[in-house]
Design a protein. Structure first.
Length: 386
């Protein structure tokens, strides 16, 4: 018991003496939480600036402009005299898109001729462009339907007959799991755990690598009586406790305070967060055992952590990737956490539907046990190279 107490005392002194530990374990996670909560507190972007080029200048074109401006996600900030001015404004970043009503559009529509309206969207900004594109396209379809309905009314067609002709099939959309289309729900439930996973793996590799860098590895192993397992267990337990507390704050903040969709209950997500922290520590140890260098192991943790956001399937579906990449996705812990979140928190399924993902995270956590002899040799004999 005295050996463990001495080791724990040593680790707590190292954590207290180095500000980098507190920054990575406490300040950085809390900063990430605050950043995403404040950044996307509205849930969905609204009043995105768009421009209007109305060359027709009729009551119909002004009505189209008013209806477009009434949409929640778009706001007409300026009427431009021509396309060149609107294009330059979009290149400057003043607007995300602009709507063009050409000269004579209303006259052609009244004469039952085909009138063309155009809209231009800057897809350099993916989310803003997608939202403005939806509103501009909807406005174009509504304008087309209004012109056709006016012609049908002139021919004596009733409103019911006109609507049956213009819209024979009515779409009834029901977004599942995130009916408010809240981008905070969509992004934060994967990006924040991914950031936490990155912090855990980096600090794990750093805490072991600095023992070699500072020349204290032999003292560390001597206190552990030559047992690398005992030395690592005592070193990683305090880090796990603090990271788990940070993960608990995240779970309570987003699921209990902000009421993000969570059909499985908060204890289930706390269990998933526990597995994620353990997997992050296992990943950091694995990379240090593979590359027993402080610089190289932390670089691999950074690379793997950044790639996790793409490989998790959050932004681009894994099933649409190349078959070789689909198999590689299983080697990223964030992918398995994301599937646990989708199956349990969003779909409301039980743990048994995420058994493989749970086992995968446990495999990441305990995989370094196979490399304990190599880790011990690296700690005792590897020389730090700046």
């Amino acid at each position: 018991m005295t050996k463990y107490l001495l080791l724990f005392k040593r680790e707590f002194l190292r954590i207290a003496d180095r500000p980098v530990y507190w920054f990575v374990m406490v300040i950085a996670p809390l900063g990430v939480y605050a950043f995403f909560v404040l950044l996307m507190r509205a849930g969905l972007p609204s009043e995105l600036p768009v421009g209007l080029v109305d060359l027709d200048q009729t009551a119909t074109s002004r009505s189209i402009a008013r209806n477009l401006d009434a949409f929640q996600r778009t706001h007409i900030v300026e009427n431009y005299a021509n396309v060149s001015e609107a294009r330059r404004a979009m290149q400057r970043g003043d607007i995300y898109a602009f709507f063009l009503i050409p000269h004579g559009a209303t006259h052609k529509a009244n004469r039952q001729q085909q009138a063309t309206v155009s809209f231009y969207v800057n897809y350099s900004y993916l989310i803003a462009a997608s939202l403005t594109y939806q509103d501009l396209r909807m406005m174009s379809e509504l304008a087309s339907g209004a012109a056709a309905r006016r012609v049908l009314y002139a021919k004596g067609v009733t409103e019911e007959q006109a609507m049956a002709y213009l819209q024979p099939i009515v779409m009834d959309t029901h977004p599942l799991n995130n009916p408010q289309l809240n981008y905070n729900v969509y992004l934060s439930n994967t990006i924040i755990p991914g950031m936490l996973l990155l912090f855990v793996s980096l600090l794990t590799a750093y805490s072991v690598g600095t023992e070699i860098k500072d020349g204290t590895a032999h003292e560390w192993m001597q206190l552990a009586r030559g047992s690398i397992k005992r030395a690592l267990w005592v070193k990683l337990v305090p880090q796990f406790i603090i990271f788990f507390l940070m993960g608990t704050i995240y779970v309570l903040l987003f699921y209990a305070v902000l009421h993000f969709p969570c059909q499985c209950g908060i204890p289930t997500m706390l269990g998933a967060m526990t597995l994620l922290v353990l997997a992050g520590q296992g990943l950091g140890l694995f990379f240090f055992a593979l590359l027993p260098s402080l610089r190289m192991s932390m670089s691999m943790c950074s690379l793997w952590g950044v790639l996790s956001f793409s490989m998790s399937g959050m932004s681009y579906p894994v099933m649409a990737m190349h078959p070789a990449i689909q198999g590689l996705a299983d080697f990223f812990p964030l992918r398995h956490y994301f599937l646990i979140y989708v199956n349990c928190a969003l779909d409301g399924f039980g743990w048994q539907y995420a058994t493989w993902n749970i086992l995968a995270l446990l495999l990441f956590a305990f995989a370094p046990l196979l490399f304990m002899p190599r880790l011990k040799y690296s700690v005792l004999h590897y020389r730090y190279v700046p």
